[in-house]
Structures are given as structure tokens and as C-alpha cells.
Design a protein around this ligand. Structure first.
Ligand SMILES: [Zn+2]
Length: 196
């Protein structure tokens, strides 16, 4: 039975909200981020005061598409910001996301790499540019990723299952391991940490 007056509120479910990091004023026009995701997660979105996922892409009615707004594709990667060390979702334009996806396919994974985002000519509205560098950390020192699809679903206030159906689940560490992306130490550490 719930009590109305207690010394402290009942324990809240901890659901961390991961900030969206874009090249700009807040996080810097140019910044580096250590990739936690092994690939880039792409989705069509609308801007309705805040970024929202396009529900039409999920086979639902989308009020924004009905208004005639064209959805814009963005890509998301879980990163640790190089300077602030915050963990968040790096947002990439469709063109930059395509490059990141090609890089991930070529290399097998984004983990083990630092992504550097910048703008053409350093201008705030310049075209978004990305490049990758090898991370200084070895793979076993890179923390596990959070679930990008769940974070996006939370941000867009839609059911995670809907997104997972479309975007696919993140590979488990076992799957990554099979692809040779993680060494044994990393694998053990992740599994003993439980679901991160
Ligand atoms: Zn839509």
C-alpha cells in the first residue's frame, strides 16, 4: 500500500535520458566522440518544436506527414563526448549518416573509433562533415553501449517495440564477438555487468 507521507518519494525507475548531441553551439561546431554503438541507427523524423520520429515509417498514422511535412532522415550513434565525457546520441544528417554506415560496413564496427564531426568552413550552418580516427582505448576499455532504439523511442514517446521492428535490435555482445569486434576480456566484462 502506498503511503502519502514518507521521508522520501518511492524509488523511481531509473531511465536515463541521453542527450542528443549535434554540431552547434552547445556541444561545439567541431567535436569528437568515442563510438559506443557498432553501427549507425537511421530514422525519418519531423521537427515539431522538438524532434519526433515519423510514425508513417512505422506503419502508423503520422500527423506531421498528414500536414504535408516531409520527414527528414537522421542517423544516431551512441557516443561519449570527447570533452564533456557525457554519454549521448550523436545526431548526423542523412549524408553524414550514410558515410558513417559505409565506414561501419567496411570496418565491421564503429566501436574502436572516434568520430569527429565538423562543419564545412567551420560555419554553423555549413554542411556536416565526419571523419573517423582509431580510438586511443583498446576495445576492452570502451564501455558497452546503451540501447539506441530504446533511447530514441523514449525521446519520441513511442513504443520501443515499434522501433525495434523497423530498426532492428542492437547486436548482442555474443554477435559482436562472433564478428571478431570484441576481445574476450571485453566480452566477459560486459556479461558480468549484466544488461547495460
Ligand atoms: Zn511523418
Amino acid at each position: 500500500m502506498s503511503q502519502f507521507f514518507t521521508n522520501r518519494p518511492p524509488e523511481q525507475k531509473h531511465r536515463r535520458n541521453h542527450p542528443v548531441m549535434r554540431s552547434g553551439h552547445k556541444y561545439g561546431i567541431e567535436f569528437a566522440g568515442l563510438c559506443l554503438s557498432d553501427r549507425v541507427y537511421c530514422a525519418p523524423t519531423h521537427y515539431a518544436g522538438r524532434s519526433v520520429g515519423c510514425l508513417a515509417a512505422l506503419g502508423k498514422e503520422c500527423e506531421h506527414c498528414e500536414k504535408g511535412w516531409t520527414p527528414r532522415w537522421f542517423g544516431y550513434i551512441a557516443i561519449i563526448h570527447g570533452k564533456t565525457k557525457e554519454i549521448g546520441l550523436l545526431e548526423l544528417t542523412a549524408a553524414a549518416a550514410t558515410e558513417a554506415a559505409e565506414f561501419a560496413e567496411r570496418e565491421g564496427s564503429l566501436r574502436g573509433y572516434v568520430i569527429i564531426v565538423s562543419r564545412l568552413n567551420g560555419k554553423k550552418n555549413g554542411e556536416l562533415k565526419i571523419r573517423f580516427e582509431r580510438a586511443k582505448q583498446i576495445l576492452s576499455e570502451i564501455p558497452p553501449s546503451f540501447c539506441v532504439t530504446e533511447a530514441l523511442a523514449r525521446m519520441w514517446r513511442i513504443k520501443p517495440e515499434l522501433l525495434v521492428q523497423k530498426m532492428g535490435v542492437e547486436p548482442t555482445v555474443e554477435e559482436m564477438e562472433k564478428r571478431g569486434q570484441l576481445d574476450e576480456g571485453d566480452f566477459k566484462r560486459h556479461t558480468t555487468n549484466g544488461a547495460a
